[in-house]
Design a protein around this ligand. Structure first.
Ligand SMILES: [Zn+2]
Length: 374
């Protein structure tokens, strides 16, 4: 990477730096959604406004997010918009047999439709909200904040969006990151505490960090040719490191006390006494090759919500205290060393929880070299 930069003529170099700077968030979809909801008041569905919303990349991201672990179709999403326009919750059938499609319909009926109905009654508020977030300062801090917390330099140029009408408050899909202003406003309507500018910047930086770290981890994983239990163990450690590092270093600025103050993670921090031993038994079973994919999926579901975030941040914080960022970067580069380095640091600063040393050494040895038997 360094050589490539050095060989660039000065003008091109300048252009590359500028290409990394983020100076705008795409707000087209939010604007189109507000305009759609605004003309819905008499209950007639405006076809042109509907088609405009459906055709925008922001809406495609919203639909894609609901297809991560659930299943919905653009036709179902369109039907949800049409019903909301008439002031009704849609009647939808799952698009295919199975839990994913059932969960998809649940999300549209339980989250998306009610927030759209609320939005239809609060168009002026949404216009104000969009105008306010358009003024968000500090977008140029996003990429540097992500980069300074990564163990290697990578090229980062995420596309940022403010959208409305999705199920999640925010999401990252490939190179696109969105914040859903309607979902955020609807979920915080009682206290009227939508995201403040600093939270917007930190959220975008957290997700940008994922993009960069994901690339670093994937490169390393490919070089190790992992499979079976070794791959399951790697994926689990990688998820802990992914969410733990972004949560502790980016969202909480490397400060545990600051992390503890953040409301959203508190229920999962309270689960740490259970999550730490669960992480150990999960890793032990995968390394013994005694977990089917189905059992593995069931075990990792304990870490959904913000379980990965809380567990990863807790372990990394011990390393940060004992060895500083250098130690954190070392395990981020080499997930196989996570447990051994943690144990060393925990001993140094008298943290009571330790991983079984045989398991830690086994992971270090078997996740650190190419398995040529394959
Ligand atoms: Zn995250």
């Amino acid at each position: 990477m360094k050589t490539r930069w050095r060989n660039l003529p000065p003008l091109l170099l300048l252009w590359s730096v500028a290409a990394n700077a983020l100076d705008a968030v795409d707000t087209t979809q939010s604007q189109a959604m507000i305009d759609f909801l605004d003309v819905c008041h008499d209950g007639t569905v405006p076809p042109a406004a509907l088609e405009k919303v459906m055709g925008l990349p922001g809406t495609q991201l919203i639909v894609a997010q609901q297809n991560n672990s659930r299943r919905i179709t653009p036709v179902q999403y369109r039907a949800t918009l049409v019903s909301a326009c008439r002031g009704e919750i849609p009647h939808l059938q799952p698009s295919e047999p199975g839990t994913r499609a059932e969960k998809g319909v649940e999300g549209l009926i339980g989250d998306v439709a009610p927030s759209l109905l609320w939005g239809r009654d609060h168009v002026a508020f949404l216009r104000q909200r969009l105008a306010a977030v358009k003024e968000t300062q500090g977008l140029d801090e996003i990429v540097p904040l992500a980069l300074q917390n990564l163990p290697e330099k990578v090229a980062l140029s995420p596309r940022l969006y403010f959208v409305m009408g999705g199920r999640a408050g925010a999401a990252a899909i490939d190179n696109a990151i969105y914040i859903d202003l309607l979902s955020d406003a609807w979920r915080t309507r009682e206290k009227n505490t939508p995201m403040i500018p600093q939270e917007i910047i930190e959220f975008f930086a957290h997700e940008t960090h994922h993009l960069g770290y994901g690339e670093i981890l994937e490169r390393r994983k490919q070089s190790l040719r992992l499979a079976g239990g070794r791959e399951q163990a790697w994926n689990f450690l990688a998820s802990l490191l992914m969410e733990g590092s972004a949560t502790l270093l980016v969202s909480a600025h490397g400060n545990w006390a600051e992390l503890e103050k953040q409301d959203h993670i508190q229920p999962d921090l309270a689960r740490l006494p259970q999550l730490l031993p669960k992480a150990q038994s999960l890793l032990r079973l995968t390394m013994n090759g005694r977990m089917s994919e189905q059992e593995h999926q069931a075990a990792v579901s304990d870490f959904f919500g913000e379980g990965y975030h809380a567990t990863g941040a807790c372990l990394l914080n011990v390393i940060l205290e004992a060895q500083g960022k250098r130690g954190v970067f070392r395990v981020m580069r080499d997930p196989g060393k996570f447990l051994t380095v943690y144990n060393l640091c925990a001993a140094k600063i008298n943290q009571p929880f330790r991983f079984d040393s045989r398991l830690a050494t086994d992971l270090e040895h078997r996740l650190d070299r190419v398995d040529y038997s394959r």
